[in-house]
Design a protein around this ligand. Structure first.
Ligand SMILES: CC(C)(COP(=O)(O)OP(=O)(O)OC[C@H]1O[C@@H](n2cnc3c(N)ncnc32)[C@H](O)[C@@H]1OP(=O)(O)O)[C@@H](O)C(=O)NCCC(=O)NCCS
Length: 184
């Protein structure tokens, strides 16, 4: 990938709400949010203006851009402190990350790897953060492969409400993943 596809990150603002809602109609976004084959919108039709306005120090959204064009979004939170307690009982010193590409033409072009690498670096820059957890659907084998390549390992299968998920985790001690040995 050339320099033109360099990914930059910026905080999401409520001006992004319409765009995020349109991404929620993309089949690949719906598929990563639910196993319900009837679902027509991702994340149960989340209200983005409210969601972004409710951002806090311990739970917020980040937009990824290539040459000023938004291509994806990540959500990062401290699962121990954030107010929904989505993760239930979980120790301090972690971050939980969600990620998705919006426009389908940006899938599979390395953007997600750049986004996740930059988010991991940001999270681990905090001295108190020792690990990152994620919860892809158990059915999302493409995402599992993507995360494994970044060094995440499987913790186990877990149900979050209706969702059958596979919890994965990356320890700070295991980051960065050693570069693959070059062929001799
Ligand atoms: C997962 C995702 C963020 C990866 O970003 P990306 O830019 O597409 O990925 P990269 O080009 O950096 O890396 C390619 C890898 O991503 C994964 N991937 C590619 N397209 C994917 C898709 N539609 N769904 C899930 N994973 C996908 C595969 O592991 C792929 O590797 P492969 O070529 O060996 O199959 C992106 O594909 C995506 O947004 N998928 C749909 C939403 C999703 O599944 N998000 C994760 C929810 S936990």
């Amino acid at each position: 990938m050339g320099l033109s596809s360099q990914v930059t990150l910026r905080p999401a603002t409520i001006a992004d709400a319409l765009m995020l809602a349109s991404w929620d109609r993309e089949p690949h976004v719906i598929a990563c949010s639910s196993d319900d084959p009837e679902a027509e919108v991702a994340f149960g039709g989340i209200e983005w203006t409210t969601e972004i306005a409710g951002s806090t120090d311990d739970s917020h959204y980040v937009i990824a851009e290539v040459a000023g064009v938004p291509v994806g979004v990540t959500h990062v939170c401290d699962p121990h402190t954030e107010q929904t307690h989505y993760w239930g009982e979980i120790e301090p010193g972690l971050r939980a990350i969600d990620i998705w590409i919006g426009p389908p033409e940006w899938l599979g072009r390395g953007v997600g790897t750049q986004m996740m690498t930059q988010m991991i670096e940001r999270c681990f820059a905090a001295p108190d953060v020792t690990g990152i957890v994620i919860d892809p659907l158990n059915s999302n084998t493409g995402a599992h492969r993507f995360y494994r390549r970044l060094g995440f390992t499987i913790v186990g299968r877990r149900r979050f409400d209706e969702d059958d998920c596979l919890v994965m985790r990356l320890e700070k001690a295991d980051w960065p993943v050693p570069a693959r040995a070059s062929p001799v």
